[in-house]
Design a protein around this ligand. Structure first.
Ligand code: SAM
Length: 284
């Protein structure tokens, strides 16, 4: 458990991940019946970008910093603009002098309606405590100090609702993380066939990503959409060159919205080489 997201919060990968997450929740909100989100790797919820950790890497400056510094009147896709509105609202709500960035649980919690629910899993004891504190007054949010992968078997299908989203954002500090994520996606779909299942993955170079997606195809998985944003061609495997999200059972026509979001983000991220693709790895 060496990974601490506070060093990376708000970086380009988070920007892509969270703008897409917000669009997925937006799709769930289009129907009145309640939904449940299982966030298997939740982190602390809210990140202080003025903290020593965030300042030491400065990664957020090349991510959310770029979007917040965009000149007035800059055009964003509606999905990006909606997400930026939430970010600005969170920043306004927090104490003056702090630059607060909502991670996945804080973002989702903002979007829950009265009957919706969020279940978060976080293994790191300190992060777990911060998360519990953050949601101490919100009965719609449950925090579990348990392994997020095990929670897929233990907590799905959700008791709280018939529809929803499983969002997996593992730290990729273990060499077998792609394999674990692949298995988890298949288990989540088996246990919760009506649910949307989304998993984040790093793009350092293409080979491991290809093997991961081919593994899912070979296992007979259908209806798999991949969203990828690269800052530069993924040739140097020692660098995080891009960020991907695989979505099983995405909302109707989500690929169109995803294309708009990623195209819009590419205009602000990277140094002129940023690119994106949205592809059906396996159609319905
Ligand atoms: C990439 S961070 C999550 C960031 C968060 N999803 C967000 O968007 O703000 C991964 C988190 O997973 C936690 N973690 C690592 N292995 C885990 C596991 N097996 N189950 C639950 N949490 C885990 C780490 O402590 C870390 O906080």
């Amino acid at each position: 458990m060496n990974y601490r997201h506070s060093y990376h919060a708000g970086n380009f990968a988070d920007v892509m991940k969270h703008a897409v997450l917000m669009a997925l929740i937006g799709a769930l909100r289009r129907k009145p019946s309640p939904f449940c989100v299982l966030d298997t790797h939740a982190g602390v919820g809210l990140y202080d970008l003025s903290s020593t950790q965030a300042q030491s890497t400065g990664e957020w400056r090349e991510g959310i910093g770029r979007l917040l510094d965009a000149p007035p009147g800059s055009q964003h896709a509606p999905g990006v603009e909606n997400w930026l509105e939430v970010i600005r609202a969170v920043m306004r709500d927090e104490r003056a002098g702090r630059l607060s960035y909502p991670g996945s649980p804080a973002l989702v919690a903002r979007l829950l309606r009265p009957g919706d629910s969020l279940v978060c899993c976080e293994l790191h004891p300190e992060d777990q405590q911060a998360l519990r504190h953050l949601f101490r007054h919100d009965p719609r949010v449950g925090v579990h100090g348990r392994d997020g992968y095990q929670a897929i078997t233990a907590l799905l299908p959700p008791r709280q609702a018939k529809r929803g989203l499983v969002f997996m954002d593992p730290p990729f500090e273990r060499p077998d993380e792609f394999a674990r994520l692949g298995t988890a996606i298949m288990t989540a779909r088996q246990r919760f066939p009506a649910g949307i299942v989304a998993g984040w993955y790093p793009i350092k170079h293409r080979a491991p990503v290809r093997a991961f997606i081919n593994g899912l195809k070979d296992a007979g998985q259908r209806k798999l959409l991949t969203l990828e944003l690269t800052l530069r061609p993924p040739l140097d495997p020692s660098r995080l060159n891009g960020s991907g999200i695989i979505i099983a059972n995405p909302p109707f026509r989500f690929e169109e919205e995803a294309r708009e979001i990623l195209a819009s983000l590419c205009r602000y991220l990277g140094d002129g080489e940023a690119d994106f693709r949205v592809e059906w790895a396996v159609p319905e």
